[in-house]
Design a binder for this molecule. Sequence first.
Ligand code: FES
Length: 327
Amino acid sequence: MQNGLCNAIVNNNGQIYENTKVYDVNSKLDCYEVKTNEHTVKAKYVVLACHYPIINNPGFYFLKMYQETSYLIGFTTSAKLFDGMYINTKSPICSLRTVPYNDTRLVIMGGAEHKTGTSEDLSNCYINLENRAKELFSDANILYRWNTEDCISLDKIPYIGEFSNMTPGMYVATGFKKWGMTTSNVSANIIADSIMKKKNPYADTFKSTRFHPIQNGTEFINMLKQTTQSLVLDKFKVPKTTLNSVSRGEGKIVEVDGTKLGIYCDNDGNYYALKPVCSHLGCELSFNNLDKTWDCPCHGSRFSYTGKSLYDPSIKDIDLIELVDED
Ligand code: FES
């Protein structure tokens, strides 16, 4: 049924707002105030089903969850197709399923995953998948390529339920580890039951406030430093030789007079520079040479080479720096 969930919400006097980004949620005496780009929404219950939670404290999900990027291709073939979904158990992992496509079916193959923000060369991620597809279906006609990010908890079990012990009525559903189609249903049932004060037999398994030892003290220190760390740098003098060390189509971190800059040179020779510091909690960004983005190895935020925030948990852009040539 198309739009089944939307229809159910509207038929029960609910309202849906699109293109409305939430920036913060504040706890008040008798409700929560959800701040969006233009409005404030008051609610007794709030469900953070926004992929990676954008609230750092309380909750501290940044200490117990990272993100992985995986790649997908969609192709047609004249081979006899299969029903169902398949995934292998050995490395490299590869998943296969089909979806209706015009008068035929499109095969979707996924794999080539890595931790988001790696500094490895990513240029072969699609090529490796395409080669695999052609091994299995020699006439595979590749029509689509895309990549996606998934949240992974440290113990690999999703976090579903109360967001923290200090925020009654605020819920979270995250860390699905690529099993979103099934786990989102589990989440909906657990959270709905909790709001309705019903017991759910799976609630304890996914309890989101379960204890984790702090694994990475650096991230905690970064969070504490964040408020004092300036991300703003308006202009910067860079010697021409330094700029010339960045080739067309390349991005890299260069150090000038003790300051690290992230510089990308597009195919027309235009330079884009920013401070390669993540606007979430201040980790150093890596350049992704496949998508030409700046990616964060800590929790997986991603930014375009112009500094625009593309993926959560970051919700803030990074300002571009004006480069001034110094001969
Ligand atoms: S510091 Fe958290 S995503 Fe970058």
